[in-house]
Design a protein around this ligand. Sequence first.
Ligand code: HAM
Length: 439
Amino acid sequence: MKFQAVKGMRDFYPEDMAVLNWILSGWRRVSLRHGFQEFDSPILEYLDLYTLKSGEGIVSELFHLTDRGGRDLAIRPEVTPTLARMVAARANALPRPIKWFCMPRLCRAEKPQRGRGREFFQWNIDIIGVDDPVADAECIFVAADYLREAGLTARDVVIPISDRRLHKGILRGFGLGDDRHEKALALLDKAENVDPGRMHQMWDEAFGAAVPFAPLGRLLAAESIDEFVAIASQVGLTPDSFEGPVADLRQLWSYLDQFGIADYCRFDLHVVRGLAYYTGIVFEIHDRRGQLRAIAGGGRYDNLLQLVGGPAIAAVGFGMGDIVLAELLKDLGRLQGLSTGLDVYVVDAEDGLFADVLKIVAALRRAGVVAEFSYKRQSLGKQIKSASQRGARFVLIVGQKHRQQRVVDIKDMQSGQQREVPADDLLARPQEFLVAAGV
Ligand code: HAM
């Protein structure tokens, strides 16, 4: 019987692991330099945590099970409800603001497609305890800073930003009762992926009599805050339906400017977000060419802590997945030349020198250098070929000269240059020699 990985689940062969580790180490490095502390949480949670708090989209994609005690559990599809649960449990003891990050492995029973699997890693950045838009701006800054470091400029990616309070203000302004807002927002969330004609039809079927699509469509198409305000008054909305969020968005934009990342950002009311707990500013990250699903999504969720039994504390954050990020980096050729981490491959040029090779490898490894050797006694050419296949940065050639004068040759695999070095000096201060050779 032949076995395959479960549908949508991921095998990580070493080359995949190299990409994943590169992504995870970047996420961690950037989080730490922006002052976030790492946390983690269990893989399993009570099913209710999601059915009550996350909204329809995620609930339909849950992997759930009943344990031997009859408890209904789910594999975590996201970490935000867990974060709210953990903070709520220690709300009075934790110094605020709380700036936490994590990089959990999550599962959602989504239809596997480009950029979406059933298992993925998700970087989460969250700030809890700050209601000023400076926290929203800081989260967006962290994301943009990571993207820049990963080689993605404002020409490659865009961060569309909107505010759910604007959507609700519009719906309310047009007379749609609050009890129908969640359904309307869920439909608007689909607008990005459905062609405008079809969207218009779907809207008319659901809300046509209550809210005409034409003015709504015009508002959604506004490309700046000023344009939105102008259209809003043309379609007869009174300022009280949008003043508050517009003021917050203007404030947000001035912070984004001060952080130096306004070029990554765009006002775009098409961003609604599928998760039910968002209460205010929401944002996503997309590739500029629009070929991939969202790279990240987040926003403000000021009620979630209370919903999980804690005090009312403001919160904002985002999640970024590894799969779509890696797809984009691959498409743009930014994943080439990832180091395999192998510094030196030690080879013997002639028979009878294997003992010298092993001693040198041992000394290098003890000194913290990543060193490898061939298990088979092969020609020098074959060993150098293996070194190249393994991605070694240097080859150390041990020949008769080593026995006679304790001298070895070091070959830089990038430049092809080769030079002689005294073996004892190299082993005493390997980093210095490897740096001198161009590391
Ligand atoms: P989300 O929009 O559901 O938000 O997911 C955020 C990101 O996770 C997506 O943009 C995508 O990169 C990645 N992702 C989601 N589902 C999949 C999948 N099936 N396969 C691969 N990648 C996926 C949340 O999860 C919120 N909890 C984020 C958040 C944190 N909001 C506030 N704090």
